[in-house]
Ligand binder design. Structure first.
Ligand SMILES: [Zn+2]
Length: 302
C-alpha cells in the first residue's frame, strides 16, 4: 500500500471522529427543539385548549417556528465554523505529510512551500461545484426548518402526542446530520487533494505529473474507477487550472480519491543508482524515520 493510500485511510478515521463531534452538536440541537415543542404541549395541558387545535393556530406555529429557526441558524453557524477549522487543518496536514512521503519514498530533498493563515483561508473559500460549503450548510438548515414545520403541522392535523412529534423531529434532524457528514467527507477530501497539489507544485523540478487514484473497493464510484491511473499536470484541479467534471477530486459527494506523484525520470534513475551502489553513504535527503522527526527537522510545528 502506498503512503498516499494510507493517508486516505487515516483521513477516513479523522472524518469519523468529526462525524461524532457533529453528532453531539446535532444531538443538543434536537434536544433544544424538542424542549420547545414539549413546552408548547405543556402549556396546552394547563390551558385545556381543545386538542389538537393549539398547534394549528397560525400564531402558535409562527412563534415556535421562529424559535426553531433561531436554533437552526446557530447550528448552521457552528457547523460552518467547525468545518472551516478542520478544513484548514487537513489542508496543512496533507501538504506537509505528502512532502514527507516524497522524501521518504524517493530519497530526495523537497521544497517546503510557505503557508500562512491568509493562504489557508483563500483555499478554504474556494468553491466546489459552484457553491461554497457555507451556502450548502445554510440551504440544509433551511430545509431542516421546513421539514420540522411540516412535522408540527402534521402533528396538529393528525393529533399526535408529544412523544410521536419528538420522534418525527428526531428522524429529520438525524437525516440532516448524515447529510452534514457527507458534506464534511467531501470537503475534507477536497482539502487533502488541494494540499497534495500545493506540495507537488512546489516541487515541479522533481515531479513530472500527478496520477489520479481511486480508492478501489466495492464502494468505488464508476466515475472515479474510470479515471483511475490517469495522469494530470501539477496545477490541474486548482483555482489556477480548474478540474473537469468527472476528472477532479472530489469527483462527487463522498469521494475518496487522491493523487499520487509521478516522479521525473532523473529522480527515479538516481534512486535506482543509490539503491544499487550504497547503503549508509551521506546523502542530502532526510534521516528522519517518522513524520514527527521529519517535521522537527524542517521546523514545522506538529
Ligand atoms: Zn470518487
Amino acid at each position: 500500500m502506498s503512503r498516499e493510500e494510507q493517508y486516505q485511510i487515516d483521513l477516513e478515521k479523522r472524518i469519523a471522529t468529526y462525524a461524532t463531534r457533529l453528532k453531539k452538536l446535532f444531538g443538543s440541537v434536537t434536544s433544544s427543539i424538542i424542549k420547545e415543542v414539549a413546552m408548547l404541549y405543556a402549556k396546552h395541558a394547563e390551558t385545556n385548549e381543545e386538542y389538537p387545535s393549539f398547534l394549528y393556530s397560525a400564531i402558535q406555529l409562527e412563534q415556535i417556528m421562529q424559535m426553531i429557526q433561531k436554533i437552526l441558524f446557530d447550528l448552521g453557524a457552528q457547523e460552518e465554523a467547525q468545518l472551516r477549522a478542520v478544513w484548514g487543518e487537513e489542508y496543512k496536514r496533507s501538504l506537509y505529510h505528502h512532502l514527507y512521503f516524497i522524501e521518504e519514498d524517493f530519497g530526495v530533498s523537497v521544497n517546503v512551500p510557505m503557508l500562512n493563515g491568509p493562504m489557508i483561508l483563500a483555499a478554504v473559500e474556494h468553491k466546489w461545484e459552484g457553491r461554497h460549503f457555507s451556502k450548502r450548510i445554510r440551504l440544509r438548515t433551511d430545509l431542516l426548518a421546513a421539514a420540522i414545520e411540516d412535522v408540527i403541522t402534521r402533528a396538529s392535523v393528525q393529533g399526535w402526542g408529544v412523544t410521536r412529534t419528538s420522534k418525527e423531529i428526531m428522524i429529520r434532524t438525524t437525516e440532516s446530520w448524515s447529510n452534514a457528514v457527507r458534506l464534511a467527507r467531501t470537503e475534507l477530501n477536497r482539502a487533502a487533494a488541494q494540499g497534495q497539489s500545493l506540495a507537488y507544485q512546489a516541487n515541479s523540478d522533481i515531479i513530472e505529473a500527478k496520477e489520479f487514484c481511486a480508492t478501489l473497493d466495492t464502494k468505488t464510484s464508476k466515475v472515479c474507477r474510470k479515471v483511475d491511473g490517469k495522469k494530470f499536470p501539477l496545477d490541474y484541479d486548482t483555482p489556477a487550472n480548474p478540474g473537469k467534471e468527472g476528472e477532479r477530486i472530489p469527483n462527487h459527494p463522498n469521494c475518496r480519491s487522491y493523487w499520487r506523484p509521478v516522479m521525473k525520470s532523473k529522480v527515479l534513475e538516481s534512486l535506482e543508482r543509490e539503491r544499487a551502489y550504497k547503503f549508509g553513504k551521506e546523502s542530502g535527503y532526510t534521516k528522519a524515520r517518522t513524520y514527527e522527526e521529519w517535521a522537527k527537522e524542517k521546523g514545522i510545528a506538529t
